[in-house]
Design a protein around this ligand. Structure first.
Ligand code: ANZ
Length: 804
């Protein structure tokens, strides 16, 4: 063993060994418990950043730990390789998005390797490869046949900077999630995936995982699905006997408080209105302001039309209001100003009647939105809100003018993008008007390579020849769909493809039923809604396609915190990034790994500290030096049994139990690292005091290496090779004997006089005790050169040396 820790040299050597031996390539084995550990795969932007390093170190540590328990661990990596940045880079630098992406992948692959991540590299996938997107096209066709994908003209969120449509999930506070531009409304024909058909399942099956997912993510999923229980009620109108207006309400108990009806700006009734009202509605629809209604100034217009209250038969004015959302519920509401804040504001602004029907002890002129006793509600007076809601629904159901319904906020997923660098949608528009999928044997529909990015708009649409084709069945002329798929489509099923990435006959092979669900999924909280919801949805689609057997893709989820510098997020735009590559060059991968694990609990944000990195490096040097010392000279005697020895054994054994719990149940990795630091300190103290046997020191050190092995695998392998430790990859065993501190106070007498009192191991036998007592100066002083006649030992209490 070399005397100096040289990470550069040993890390390269160890990595070559892992790679050369395919150490982390796995195949299914029904006799071994599996563990599928996955990090959210990276977008190949060019270089790894510290956020990647943190994310991938966490999953690598967990993968390595579970391997030490003897599990069959799948730990794959790949590239989420389609998307706008490649196209933008192509425009800026006159490069092909494909070349740009491939060269970025090459670079980042090397960086991942330099960190020693234990990936099964034989499973590497890239979503922009034809082998991958071919299956998306195949699946799109299956969904088309099942009518789970459809095209419709719709108002979309249009990002004027990226010149593309955005899904609702990609609009954050009215701005594009990538460009940050204020999102506009535009009407175009789009492909949609019917995620709404799975709303209830997406909600119900959360129950299978919510115990293992962070609470906030579960809540965000629930809120996004947004189930409301209520009723749909029908109001006749004075327009025509046959025209009624359906409203959705969560408060049927307030029916006697309805004083007007309000419609969303795209409601069909508006066709019956005059042109100035139609113009007003269009104004609302074209409003660029897509922010939530709460922030918008309330506005509306009276249509001149009336509805009839279903019970009181009173005439109710029909208004158009900007706070009634299009596409939610029925796009119409019953206005109850006394008990709904928005309705109250509206009624105040336009001088509409306010009728109090729920008594919750509120003052006059106060909106009360809670439950209470019904008043001014005829036969339903004095009944509690909840019961009244039920009775009123029942009453209206009997009259056939209402029914109980649930509504979901979740909207169908718009998957069309007017961009080049994505998966082409395998649809053709035939000259006879037929819209149909291509034949399966035409797949993949490849992206053309000769693309001109200098024109604005969709490069696929601009391509001179690509879109012109013929229908394979009829020979009729046709044009291809030039929209490509939203890149969230690719990241929704990669976890299943990793199970049989090279299968050329199936989208997902049988192996997926061995590996899935992912046992541990690690990624950023920014994916709490978008990616996780889509991936859950896809898993159910694939299950219903009989390709998978489980309901959920990710059993346990960990959302790691951000990496901060000086309190703010590390980002290129802030210019406060730390380049992982430079750090690895300077300190080695193990130091970087140890730092990101030790510096903070995985779910918390991690504040960057150069000092902390130095500290990690120092610790690894100390670890190395201790190994060197233990290897070179057996400093302490082999046969000795002291309190310190037992203390060290107890400490180490307890540490095994604690760190096992930290790794496995609590996923508290920073405390594993701190426990390792304590073990090393204890070992060093014992070496200095020279009163612990070599065997115990060595065993303790081996245990330390094993516990630390998942976090800093290079140094642990190199030291264990040097010290001939051959089971470094097995989790350490506990010695049950050393779990409790069992000591006694021994009184040592010489000829009946107390000469020393000492705390010693209660389990020592008489021989061991007789040996120990003569090591104390106080005892030796009275016994040296004396004739020892007898030693009397009273177990667990006292020893009397009789001398003459
Ligand atoms: C009458 C009422 C009285 C209401 C009351 C509330 C309180 P969630 O929980 O979000 O589902 N609503 C229905 N459709 C709407 C739309 N398209 N745009 C805006 N608001 C709409 O809310 C359901 C409630 O939101 C419904 O219950 C309706 O107002 C309103 F004291 O009906 B309520």
């Amino acid at each position: 063993m070399q005397s100096i820790y040289n990470p550069k040299e040993i890390e390269k050597k160890v990595q070559d060994y892992w790679f050369g031996n395919k150490s982390y390539e796995v195949v299914p084995n029904k006799n071994i418990e599996k563990f599928y550990c996955l990090s959210m795969f990276p977008y190949p932007s060019g270089n790894l950043h510290m956020g990647h390093v943190r994310n991938y170190t966490i999953s690598d540590v967990l993968a390595r730990y579970h391997r030490m328990l003897g599990k069959n661990v799948l730990h794959p990596i790949g590239w989420d390789a389609f998307g706008l940045p490649a196209e933008n880079a192509a425009i800026d630098n006159n490069l092909s998005p494909n070349d740009w992406t491939i060269s970025n992948i090459k670079n980042m692959r090397e960086q991942l390797k330099s960190l020693g991540f234990s990936y099964d590299w034989s499973r590497e996938i890239s979503t922009c490869s034809e082998d991958y997107y071919k299956w998306e096209q195949w699946f799109f066709i299956q969904l088309f046949k099942k009518k789970l994908v459809y095209k419709k003209e719709s108002l979309v969120n249009w990002d004027p900077v990226d010149k593309t449509v955005l899904a609702n999930e990609q609009v954050i506070d009215g701005k594009g999630w990538r460009s940050g531009a204020l999102v506009e409304k535009k009407k175009i024909s789009q492909w949609f995936l019917k995620i709404t058909e799975y709303s209830e399942e997406l909600l119900q099956e959360l129950k299978e995982i919510e115990e293992f997912w962070p609470d906030n993510v579960v809540t965000m999923q629930k809120n996004w699905i947004g189930k409301s229980n209520g009723a749909e009620l029908y109001f006749d109108t004075t327009i025509d006997q046959n025209i009624s207006i359906g409203v959705f309400t969560t408060r049927p108990d307030t029916i006697f408080g309805v004083t007007y009806i309000a419609l969303a700006a795209d409601h069909s009734i508006i066709e019956n209105c005059n042109s100035s009202i139609k113009k007003f509605s269009e104004g609302i629809l074209n409003s660029k302001d897509t922010r939530k209604t709460e922030n918008k100034e309330i506005n509306g217009i009276f249509t001149g039309l009336f509805a009839i209250h279903p019970i009181t038969k009173k005439k109710l004015p029909i208004w158009i209001a900007n706070y009634v959302l299009t596409g939610y519920g029925t796009g119409a509401i019953m206005g109850v100003p006394a008990h709904d804040t928005r309705d109250y504001d509206f009624a105040k602004k336009f001088n509409l009647e306010i009728i109090k029907v729920i008594d919750g002890g509120q003052k006059d002129n106060e909106v009360y939105t809670g439950n209470g006793k019904l008043i001014n509600s005829k036969d339903f007076n004095n009944i509690n809100s909840e019961l009244a809601s039920k009775s009123i629904i029942k009453y209206l159901e009997e009259l056939n003018i209402g029914k109980a319904v649930s509504n979901y906020k979740l909207r169908d997923w718009g998957i069309s993008r007017q961009r080049y660098w994505g998966c082409p949608i395998p649809i053709i528009y035939r000259e006879d008007g037929e819209v149909m999928p291509v034949e399966q044997d035409e797949l993949p529909i490849k992206l053309p390579q000769d693309v001109d990015f200098s024109k604005s708009g969709n490069p696929l649409d601009n391509h001179p020849t690509w879109k012109y084709t013929k229908c394979a069945k009829t020979g009729l002329n046709a044009v291809r769909e030039t929209d490509t798929l939203d890149t969230f489509f690719e990241s929704s099923w990669y976890q299943a493809r990793f199970c049989s990435p090279n299968d050329t006959d199936n989208m997902i092979g049988e192996d997926a039923n061995y590996w899935l669900p992912v046992d541990m999924y690690i990624g950023g909280i920014e994916h709490a809604v978008l990616h996780l919801l889509y991936a859950r949805f896809f898993h159910k689609l694939l299950r219903d396609q009989k390709l998978l057997k489980t309901n959920e893709p990710f059993k346990k989820l960990i959302t790691q915190g951000m990496v901060l510098k000086d309190g703010s997020k590390m980002s290129k735009s802030k210019g406060n990034t730390i380049d992982p590559k430079k750090l690895i060059d300077k300190y080695g991968a193990d130091t970087v790994r140890l730092f990101v694990i030790f510096a903070a609990p995985v779910e918390n944000s991690l504040e960057w500290s150069d000092h902390g990195v130095e500290g990690s490096y120092k610790f690894l040097n100390k670890l190395w030096n201790t190994g060197f010392v233990l290897n070179e000279n057996k400093i302490t005697p082999n046969e000795i049994s002291t309190i310190d020895e037992k203390k060290l054994k107890i400490f180490v054994n307890k540490a095994i139990i604690k760190t096992n719990d930290d790794y496995c149940n609590r996923v508290s990795l920073n405390t594993v690292a701190s426990t390792c630091m304590e073990i090393l300190n204890n070992i060093q103290k014992c070496i200095l005091s020279n009163n612990v046997s070599y065997a115990t020191l060595f065993d303790s050190y081996v245990t330390l290496l094993k516990i630390l092995n998942p976090i800093t695998p290079h140094i642990c392998k190199e030291i264990s090779d040097s010290l001939n430790i051959n089971d470094i990859n097995n989790w350490p065993k506990i010695d049950e004997k050393y779990l409790t501190e069992d000591t006694m106070l021994l009184v040592i007498q010489v000829n009946g006089k107390v000469r020393k009192k000492v705390e010693i191991d209660a389990n020592l036998n008489q021989n061991a005790i007789e040996e120990i007592i003569f090591t104390y100066d106080e005892v030796r002083k009275y016994t040296i050169d004396k004739n020892i006649k007898k030693i009397i030992y009273i177990k667990g209490k006292l020893v009397n040396i009789v001398v003459s």
